[in-house]
Design a binder for this molecule. Sequence first.
Ligand code: ADP
Ligand code: GLC
Length: 475
Amino acid sequence: MEIIHFAAECYPVAKVGGLADVVGALPKYQCQAGHYAKVVMPAYDTRFMHQNSWQNDYQGYIYLGNLELPYTILRESTNKLGYDLYCVYIQGLTDRKNIYSEHDDTERFFAFQLAALDWINQWQHLPDILHCHDHHTALIPFLKQYAWKFQKLRNIKTVFTIHNGLYQGWFSWNKLHYFPAFDTWKSGLLDWAGTINPMSSAVRCADAITTVSPSYMRELQYSSYGLEILFQQLSYKCYGILNGIDYEVWNPATDTYLDKHYTIDNVNEVKAQHKQEICETFRLNPDNPLIAFIGRLVHEKGADLLPQAMGQAMYETQGRICFIALGSGSSQIEYELERLKIYCPGIFNCYIGYHEALSHKIYAAADFLLMPSRVEPCGLNQMYALRYGTIPIVRRVGGLQDTVQDIGEWEGFGICFQQPNVLDIIHATHRATYLYYYNFDFLKSLRQRIMTFDNSWQNSQRKYEQVYRKILQEE
Ligand code: ADP
Ligand code: GLC
């Protein structure tokens, strides 16, 4: 099968969160399974773009309203990612350092989608599947179906994957003129609650909807920021497929960001060395259990609960616990964490910002990884933690509840809690410290056991393949 993935992020080209990890890995494993998968994304001004060689594959132009925009399709010429990577360059729109949060994101991603389709429209042959990820590419199923200039693409099947239902890409009807001429009686498919809502249109127009865990698929039916009724009524074409992780990137035996490598045979010794190093760098007490948080500092991740929960846990254990946080996001949370650092030297420290290498070092060094998410479509961090022998402490929600089982359950291996609140987090950290101080041998054997789990892409890849086959057979 020939599959084209459209996305705003792709690791290592441009990454903000897990979307990049998924789009960077899934196509590679699809190619390994014998498919022909490609990625099409905007050409940002990132380091990867400057450090690699690019071939100019196509040049064309599109109209966004009455604005004529020339575009270029750049192909990474060495195929170093294991699949063909195409970046759409539109001067003045895509070529920014920031991937998101620009005042004109609607225009940037609309133009990207139009250019990508315009290019595919010129091909001699047609691909089997257009696979769109999140709202930045959510207009593609509508455009390819109803825009007159893309008539040739009408029979191609589309899959839309929701990585995060919160961001739906709404914009006002006064931007309707951005659309190329289309069957106007279909405009209802763009509308949701009086605005143009790309995600809702993709949910209605795509042949299959997937999201990144079975639990999140169920959660969307009663909590999806206004789209609940769509997920209930269209459940016949909705699938929850758990993400995998890229074992070639996330492997403590070969990880290029680590100076000391390990396997299940020496995890306990080498983890202690990594912990020692991180504790020295961040001036933390290495004798205490080290609990890490890595992620975006936003409400969805429960990051606003961290300063109070961590502060109180440190007080209640009389300083016999350590926390380290790596992340960026809400300035209020960043400020509170920075302040906590001043009051709790030796037991709390943080790095505010994005730091890929440090994240790998923390997964390797930490005893526990805390994820108090309010919403977690899948979550990759807990799977990275497992791979690095780090015990996950997670709230039972979305993909976290599909991937982590509590140690109190049969064959359990993590610490789970029910509610995203300070008390539940503190209780969970008490359970972690108990394990560390009073059951260290069990904790050591747990580390070895969780490292053997298979969360690789091979399984998930097969599930996507089944969805593709199903929609290709439907007429
Ligand atoms: P989300 O995509 O919602 O942010 P995921 O758990 O799917 O959550 O993926 C988060 C990814 O981003 C992981 O690879 C994690 O290690 C990485 N990450 C998040 N914040 C940072 C940061 N500040 N520095 C380095 N890596 C980060
Ligand atoms: C989103 C979700 C996260 C998921 C990731 C990759 O960013 O918030 O839970 O793991 O996408 O699918």
